[in-house]
Design a protein. Structure first.
Length: 228
């Protein structure tokens, strides 16, 4: 199902931090939301999720930058998993859990442990697995791998992509890492001071950036030649 949201905006203390924005996301689309720090990427991600949920669209999931934002240090991993199932309106299903754990390669994780009993990389893959429980129409990931080392970050993205390859879930990847988005996303939305200034297929943005914001992201690097 194509997701269409219009009139997204946000302000804080009288200052507009997100100009009125419309977003359309088709099933299976891989969109990179890129832009300098402070350009409004996270604000747009939150506004999009809030509006979709307010419209009764349950099928949108969010992966925050750090697993700390999603996991309570005092609760076991089993508790988090049960809560995520409940939030998705699903009964506990061991086969589904095993499938997701295998897909994200966290089968070795002990569910009785608390988050700090798992490595950071495994915690973040657990958070991604939780977000996938209900096979959402849209997964919004806000800098999901920026706290991980580059090798773990790349393999985490690959595991996610493999899992989603035969599913309808669309992906909105918020990142300041243009290299990550260039390799893996088919469309880029470039943000600058609270608005989307460019929205086009990845190759087009990278090979012929139209705005200063996109040009400065591409500066000094030939992203198209990066090995993926
Ligand atoms: N809760 C808030 N209160 C006040 N200003 C905020 C708040 N959240 C974000 N901002 C401001 O909004 C702008 C966009 O922030 P953000 O969406 O986090 O950018 P990005 O994710 O692209 O780094 C920044 O100038 C930031 O300082
Ligand atoms: Mg942000």
């Amino acid at each position: 199902m194509t997701i269409t949201v219009s009139g997204l905006s946000a302000s804080h203390s009288g200052r507009t931090i997100l100009q009125e924005t419309d977003v359309t996301i088709r099933p299976r689309e891989r969109i990179g939301l890129v832009g300098a720090s402070g350009s409004g990427k996270s604000t747009l991600g939150h506004a999009l999720i809030d509006k979709l949920r307010a419209q009764g669209e349950r099928s949108v999931a969010h992966v925050p930058q750090s697993p700390d934002e999603a996991l309570d240090p005092l609760r076991s991993m089993a508790f988090h998993w049960r809560e995520a199932e409940r939030a998705s309106g699903l009964a506990p299903d061991q086969a589904r859990r095993q499938e997701l754990f295998a897909a994200l390669r966290i089968e070795g994780g002990d569910l009785r442990k608390r988050p700090w009993g798992w490595s950071r990389g495994m915690q973040q893959r657990f958070v991604i697995a939780m977000a996938l429980i209900g096979t959402p129409d849209l997964l919004v990931m806000d800098e999901p791998t920026s706290a991980l080392d580059p090798v773990v970050a790349a393999s985490t993205m690959s595991l996610l992509e493999n899992y989603l390859s035969d599913r309808q879930t669309a992906l909105l990847l918020i990142t300041h890492d243009l290299g990550l988005a260039a390799c893996r996303m088919d469309r880029l939305m470039v943000m600058q001071t609270g608005r989307i200034v460019e929205d086009a297929p990845t190759q087009k943005v990278l090979s012929a950036p139209k705005t200063d914001a996109a040009r400065s992201l591409c500066l000094h690097r030939s992203w198209l030649e990066l090995p993926c």
